[in-house]
Design a protein around this ligand. Sequence first.
Ligand code: NCD
Length: 307
Amino acid sequence: MLKSRNLIQPEDFSIEEIDEILNLAEDIMKDPSAYSRVCEGKLMATLFYEPSTRTRLSFEAAMKRLGGEIIGFSEPNSSSVSKGESLGDTIRVVSGYVDLIVMRHPIAGAANEAIQYTTVPFINAGDGGNQHPTQTLTDLLTIKSLKGTLHNHTIGLCGDLKYGRTVHSLVKAMNRYEDNKFVFIAPEELKMPEYVKEGIKNYSYCETTHLDEALSNLDLLYMTRVQGERFSNKDEYERLKDTYILDKEKMKNAKEDMLVLHPLPRVNEISTDIDNDDRAVYFKQAVYGMYVRMALIIKLLGVDIKK
Ligand code: NCD
């Protein structure tokens, strides 16, 4: 059993619990059909107050591949939110219908508010620019499966480190393993927030505005989209959105075994000309996302997996 019934941020689970989830995901990947009925009779709600493709569909695919059912909305205007219902009331009501709630919300901190009202396990599928722990489980599974370990990596994180919730969660998570170093690559305006940097062990990070210079030292490069929807000044977004574009030319300076990750959706920050480079693993990463969510659902529901 997991110590927490809810997943708001990566630290809600111990390293051992995260290992259990990743190991289970690897088992599921080896033989998905063996798990195809373990969640029969269970119902999950996906409440998406903000657009999503991968996260919502991978959660829904995960539950269906376990034999469970889903209800929910992907367009808050089609729910009672449009009539002015509070988040707390929605969560209270939905808790009475389902066994598990997955929520994405545009406001940072909304997930913490929601868990005051839920009576069933709750998963934060992204709260504003704050945290995105299931993307992090996806990233951890990708790194562990393709690199063999979660320790001892030099990890470049590039792009919108200010508003990118995926990088906030990933740094918090990778910081718990031994000997990882971080290189934060961002324009001045989109630097990694202090509160994330403050938690980093032994200050094992550096910051730069130059992707070119940083590239050759990296074991992993995590590219991100500039989060246009979080800018109050659209001109600033236009000016910054194409600051970094990873292409074939730049990849010549990268290690032969460096992996390129991206939570997707990609806009211009990775040129399609590297999609066929073996080091570009972002589409594989999306597939890992479904399997790790299958494992997470099983663990949070505490279902019996004697197959
Ligand atoms: C990310 C998100 O929603 O934060 N996408 C995702 O979940 N795969 C990244 C992004 O939107 O840029």
